[in-house]
Design a protein around this ligand. Structure first.
Ligand code: TZP
Length: 220
């Protein structure tokens, strides 16, 4: 069973989900210029995930990302910080396992316009996220990632398939996704792919982005 057409909620109109980590941008002068390059190439969803930034710096970065994503008609998600997501009028929030749970965010926001993504690492977390009102989940790390300690042991594509069989919200595979394995993740039935280094760590972000979009286009 494939999830390609499984976007329950109208408006989840992206299958390539770019997540930020300013520390891995090395070939571009700043995170902003790197993200703009990806947006120019057609990325339609960005999650601002700069966990170590103090609140005011994060807010400033969020405003800049909001301007940029609006310019390119792309969605903006803020990792974990519902307060910052509200302040900058983001399209949604992306919650972790120790964030405010999805049901609590649901109760507080206008649900028809605000998206909730949740990071999950096993079937139990995935089903709980769905039950609690997530619009979509990321599942992984599927493959080894550049920061093994931070994201835990790879869960593999087979465990993602089990989640896909059991959940009805869109699932984005995440973790170690690169051009040579992106197709496998989609062919396993994922709705989309999410990544950091596969785009932001590249020396040609435009080329890398176009490549993923081409792979996604071919599997539509
Ligand atoms: N959650 C699970 S793996 C991961 C996150 C945020 C990191 C993904 O980074 P990359 O560079 O795409 O492997």
């Amino acid at each position: 069973r494939s999830q390609k057409t499984g976007n329950k909620k109208q408006g989840l109109d992206f299958r390539l989900y770019l997540i930020t980590d300013r520390k891995i941008v090395t070939h571009y002068p700043s995170l902003i210029t790197a993200v703009e390059e990806a947006l120019k190439a057609g990325v339609k969803a960005v999650q601002l995930r700069e966990k170590d930034l103090p609140t005011r710096e994060l807010l400033d970065m969020a405003y800049r990302m909001r301007d940029l994503t609006t310019k390119y008609n792309a969605r903006l998600f803020i990792n974990d910080r519902i307060d910052i997501a509200m302040c900058v009028n983001a399209d949604g929030v992306h919650l972790g396992q120790s964030s405010i749970p999805a049901y609590a965010v649901r109760k507080a926001v206008d649900g028809s316009r605000f998206f909730i993504g949740v990071s999950t690492h096993n079937l139990e977390e995935a089903l709980a996220a769905e039950r609690e009102g997530a619009d979509f989940i990321t599942f992984g790390p599927i493959y080894p990632t550049y920061s093994k300690l931070k994201y835990g042991k790879p869960v593999g594509i087979e465990s993602m398939k089990i989640v896909i069989e059991n959940a009805s919200i869109p699932i984005f595979g995440i973790g170690g996704i690169k051009p040579d394995n992106a197709k496998d993740v989609i062919n396993a039935g994922a709705y989309g792919i999410a990544m950091i280094s596969g785009i932001l760590g590249e020396n040609d972000i435009k080329k890398a982005t176009e490549n993923y979009l081409k792979i996604l286009g071919e599997t539509l």
